[in-house]
Design a protein around this ligand. Structure first.
Ligand code: ATP
Length: 315
């Protein structure tokens, strides 16, 4: 079942066209990522989904509702956490949660929500005293307090340390496992790979691809890359001569070769036949970063362009 449908969305701010033409659909129960470089139009897009901005053109439907005309009904089925939540510093976590619960017809049990999100011992703490990770957990709690069928989470883990980021990812998975559809705005490739079932890649206000993270990564695939060390006197011409090798660079004994999908087998076989040992061998595969860079023409990716194959997260 389709939960969110965006078709030909366009939004301008005066002279600036933030979103030119964005279309995608989000299916029930999935984590749908909106990925793209800074200024791509991600926040504007989810603000239009959330009824906070009125599109200049195009249609948006969230659980059958038009967000710009049916905001009250929308609030009962869509939970929203946006980048700037502007919560009052002096209120406590419990007070903020109760306040937000009062906006809903059938709110979740706030005590249970505090437990689920690991905030029970912070119920009496003032908002300003919370760490970045605790603030984000509260933001998720606020998005969930109305028992929504779908939530929008915008750059949830920006500014969090790696530990807090991973803890927040676990919470997003809990939200998904409870049957809530998630729209997740991010520019962290690792986050999209770990959490998202499908991703819309947006660049300069347009969707450049919608695919699974693995499908997207394959589009940016530049084949395989190996790095290793060889004795200084090794003649690399034999490596260059391999049909599987498309490029080779050498700095002293440090060699980097790129090539097709059979590169690793071809290179390791050749070295074994010559009884040469490749030290510090690393094999790298294309990741979502490569696709991001290839498809958006942007250098704005926030993690290294490739990661060692053995370090990839499986899902
Ligand atoms: N209220 C506004 N008034 C004028 N221009 C705006 C406004 N909000 C956003 N913009 C501009 O619209 C474009 C898209 O912004 P938006 O915040 O939607 O992008 P984003 O992909 O979410 O970026 P980021 O990753 O940096 O948050 C940018 O050029 C931005 O400067």
């Amino acid at each position: 079942m389709t939960v969110i449908e965006v078709d030909g969305l366009r939004k301008t701010y005066g002279e600036v066209t933030a979103v030119h033409d964005v279309s995608f659909t989000v299916r029930e129960g999935e984590v749908f990522g909106i990925l793209g470089p800074n200024g791509a139009g991600k926040t504007t897009t989810v603000e239009c989904l959330s009824g906070l901005r009125v599109p200049d053109a195009g249609t948006v439907s969230v659980l059958g509702l038009d967000p710009s005309r049916e905001r009250d009904a929308l609030r009962q089925v869509l939970g929203v956490q946006l980048q700037e939540c502007g919560l009052p510093d002096r209120l406590t976590v419990g007070e903020i949660l109760d306040l937000f619960a009062s906006f809903h017809r059938r709110p979740a049990d706030t005590g249970e929500l505090l437990d689920r999100l690991g905030l029970r011992d912070k119920a009496a703490a003032r908002y300003r005293k919370l760490s970045g990770g605790q603030k984000q957990r509260l933001a998720i709690a606020l998005a969930m307090v109305g028992r929504p069928r779908a939530v929008v989470l915008d750059e949830l883990t920006t500014d969090l340390d790696p530990h807090a980021r991973r803890a927040t990812w676990d919470l997003v998975e809990q939200v998904r496992d409870s049957g809530v559809t998630v729209v997740l705005v991010t520019h962290f490739m690792e986050e999209a790979e770990r959490l998202c079932d499908r991703v819309a890649l947006i660049d300069a206000g347009r969707v450049v691809a919608v695919d699974t993270p693995a499908g997207l990564a394959a589009r940016g695939d530049r084949g395989q890359r190996m790095r290793f060390r060889l004795p200084d006197d090794f003649d690399d011409a034999v490596l260059r001569a391999l049909p599987e090798v498309t490029g080779l660079t050498r700095h002293g004994g440090r060699i980097e070769v790129t090539g097709d999908a059979n590169l690793v087998l071809a290179v390791t076989s050749l070295l074994a036949r010559r009884r040469v040992i490749a030290a510090d061998l690393r094999v790298e595969q294309a990741t979502l970063d490569d696709a991001f860079l290839a498809l958006t023409g942007s250098g704005a990716a926030t993690s290294p362009t490739t990661r060692p194959a053995q370090a990839r997260t499986s899902r």
